[in-house]
Design a protein around this ligand. Structure first.
Ligand SMILES: *Cc1c(COP(=O)(O)O)cnc(C)c1O
Length: 432
């Protein structure tokens, strides 16, 4: 293996990744605080990050990587963007949590409502998992029904009722769901194949969907799928819920509803809206949101909800994101898509690089998958692992798992894109 390009100026700490991973494994299960980070499906030792800036992360050994993980989505401006770090520095001296409302919470809720047509009210929480969990409870409370329909390969966080047939880490571990989840917890969860409009009846409270599936690689909704969901939900009085934790404020200014011209009844956000701090949000019409306590009888609460540091970071990010930002991010992703596709094609490696606006995926198969079954066949074929290590050894970090999307940021310039494509040409030759 080539050694990664070294840029020791920023952060050579005298620690080694191997030594830290050993220590980590003694005190943290698997050495990590979220399973994908352990490199289980690609093998090898994770790099321990010491610092990050713009398109780059630096590990404790001083190696620099062009980063396409970007925290799995939150850092859309790139790492340590001055607007975010300055907002955080200004906020931190004012105190870190109050247990009382703040001006910035109001501003962030207004920003979200302003961008998303049909969304009138927002409740802030501390993660995407919490957002979807609360949204489900609210949908059940609002409809007086129990059943939830979800799609195989969609990931909605790690709450009990939604882990079944989940994408992302659940898929990578080869789990159909998780131990420790009772049969009762999933008794009211119905799993349907992605891109097929399911038949519903009047026991269904909500249909929850990733409008672009981004946790089984990147899988586009086929024409008519989201429209079909809207239609069947309306027919039986079920609520349509878009899990926009990835697509929200990354796909375009107004999120997936704007992109596809289909509006859900309930939106879930996370990732981008926290600017790299713990944050999630549930949004809907005033009528539906009126079910939440203290207005209604669906209980939900959080000690750190609307946390002043997270809201400051979220606001700083949203203020930077104009419609033009999405044109630029789309250009960056399109350039990467074209370059990677050409590199694989020239080397004779079967690959496809699906893209929906700025959202990018990578599959080592001839056709982009349309559902979980076809995605699994490709993701588990062993090719991604070779690509991943080839790139990492050349200083380019893709996610350590085939089920993840490729995250570009507004900090990726032509220089990083060209270097990535160059590295990919070498890796593709090796893979061929
Ligand atoms: C990441 C993700 C979640 C969970 O968010 P966390 O902040 O990790 O709890 C939920 N839904 C989707 C679509 C996600 O990508």
């Amino acid at each position: 293996m080539n050694s990664a390009p070294s840029d020791t100026g920023l952060s050579n700490t005298g620690l080694s990744n191997t030594e830290l991973f050993d220590r980590a494994q003694a005190v943290i299960p698997g050495g990590v605080n979220s399973p994908v980070r352990a490199f289980g499906s690609v093998g090898g030792t994770p790099y321990f990050v010491a610092a990050a800036n713009g398109p780059h992360v630096y590990d404790v050994e001083g190696n620099r990587y062009i980063d396409y993980v970007q925290s799995y989505g939150p850092t859309i401006l790139g790492h340590a963007h001055p607007a975010v770090t300055e907002a955080l520095q200004a906020a931190v001296v004012l105190g870190t949590s109050y247990g009382a409302p703040t001006h910035d919470e109001v501003r962030l809720a207004e920003e979200i409502a302003h961008r998303v047509a049909g969304l009138e009210m927002v409740r802030l929480v501390s993660s995407g998992t919490e957002a979807v969990m609360t949204a489900i409870r609210m949908a059940r409370g609002a409809t007086g029904r129990d059943r939830i329909v979800k799609f195989a390969g969609n990931y909605h966080g790690h709450s009990d009722s939604l882990l079944v047939a989940g994408g992302s880490g659940v898929a990578r571990q080869g789990l159909v769901g998780s131990k420790g989840v009772t049969a009762g917890a999933v008794a009211d969860t119905v799993v349907a194949p992605y891109n097929v409009v399911p038949e519903l009846d009047e026991t269904v409270a909500a249909v929850v969907v990733e409008p672009v599936a981004a946790n089984m690689g990147l899988v586009e909704p086929t024409a008519g799928f989201l429209e079909g969901l809207r239609h069947v939900c309306d027919e039986v009085g079920a609520l349509l819920m878009f899990d926009e934790v990835i697509t929200g404020f990354r796909l375009c200014f107004g999120g997936a509803a704007q992109w596809f011209g289909v509006s859900p009844d309930i939106w879930c956000f996370g990732k981008v809206i926290g600017g790299g701090l713990p944050m999630g949000a549930i949004g809907a019409s005033a009528e539906i949101m009126g079910n939440l306590a203290p207005l209604g009888s669906v209980y939900q609460a959080g000690t750190l909800s609307g946390n002043p540091l997270a809201t400051a970071a979220g606001l700083a990010v949203l203020e930077q994101l104009t419609p033009d930002s999405y044109r630029r991010l789309t250009e960056i992703s399109a350039r990467l898509q074209t370059g990677l596709s050409a590199a694989f094609n020239d080397a004779g490696v079967e690959a496809c690089v699906p893209r929906v606006g700025p959202l990018l995926g990578l599959f080592f198969g001839s056709e982009p998958p349309t559902d979980f079954d076809s995605a699994k066949k490709i993701c588990d074929n062993g090719m991604y692992q070779r690509f991943f290590h080839g790139m990492l050894s050349r200083g380019v970090a893709f996610a350590p798992g085939a089920y993840e999307a490729v995250f570009t940021s507004l900090a990726h310039t032509d220089v990083e894109i060209a270097a990535t494509i160059e590295a990919c040409r070498e890796v593709a030759e090796e893979m061929a």
